[in-house]
Design a protein around this ligand. Structure first.
Ligand code: PGA
Length: 248
């Protein structure tokens, strides 16, 4: 019922030349892919990726956004600017933005609201630290992160939200959550949504992120409540990324 979604988060990587090689490589294998595929480019390359992907099955996303519509916000990028380049998705609340740039749960919720209100879809990231997991707090942490979004945006906003569960200890470390660990957390997220709205709980895609790669993707995506992946490192090589896309 829920379509598999695979999203690449390039983070602050690539050059014009590398973007071109990567996108052309992904496009060359897309005919064998059934999943919905999104690439989240750094801002300067949105225009280039838009030009390369017009009339293709590849969807475009950005990696963050300002909550302000326009004006004196040096260095920021608005939802309208992102829309101007044909992007339909924005990653919000990635743990790197939370930990390195001080984005709080409420800041993240405000960004989700800005994205959803503009008609774009938010790739809303949540996840616990290693300390929180070891303390048995995983479910409580992700529930708190989601609850702030429900309180700020309303449960209906989840029609335009894709959740990405990304345990922080698994991001960029080569350590992946086991399928059981990931499935348990995804099921708890869906149960929380169901206490608000059963239909939304069933239709909201919940992706797993954190060292997903061609050798572990199929097993993770096969889990009942894992609807795809948010891929960092492995999204920078067309071949690896395509293998993950085909695993769905
Ligand atoms: P990773 O990153 O696949 O390199 O662990 C995932 C992410 O940060 O979204």
């Amino acid at each position: 019922m829920r379509q598999t979604i695979v999203a690449g988060n390039w983070k602050m990587n690539a050059s014009k030349e590398e973007v071109s090689t990567l996108v052309m490589g992904i496009l060359s294998g897309m005919s064998e892919v059934e999943s919905k595929v999104i690439v989240c480019s750094p801002f300067p390359y949105l225009s280039q990726v838009e030009a390369l992907t017009t009339h293709s099955q590849l969807h475009l996303g950005a990696q963050t956004v300002s909550i302000h519509p326009s004006g004196a916000h040096t260095g920021e990028v608005s939802v309208d600017m992102i829309k101007d380049f044909g992007a339909d998705y924005v990653i919000v609340g990635h743990s790197e933005r939370r930990s390195m740039y001080g984005e709080t749960d409420q800041d993240v919720a405000n960004k989700v609201k800005t994205v959803v209100d503009s008609g774009l879809t938010a790739l809303f990231c949540i996840g616990e630290t290693l300390e929180e997991r070891e303390a048995g707090e995983t479910e409580a942490v992700v529930a708190r992160q989601i609850q702030v979004v429900i309180d700020t945006c309303g449960i209906d906003a989840f029609r335009n939200i894709i959740i990405a569960y990304e345990p922080i200890w698994a991001i960029g470390t080569g350590v992946t959550a086991s399928p059981q660990q990931a499935q348990d957390t995804h099921a708890s997220i869906r149960a929380l949504l169901a206490t608000n709205d059963e239909n939304i709980a069933q239709s909201t895609p919940i992706l797993y992120g954190g060292s997903m790669n061609p050798s572990n993707a199929a097993e993770l995506i096969a889990c009942e409540d894992i609807d795809g992946g948010l891929i960092g490192g492995a999204s920078l090589k067309a071949e690896d990324f395509l293998q993950i896309c085909k695993a769905g």
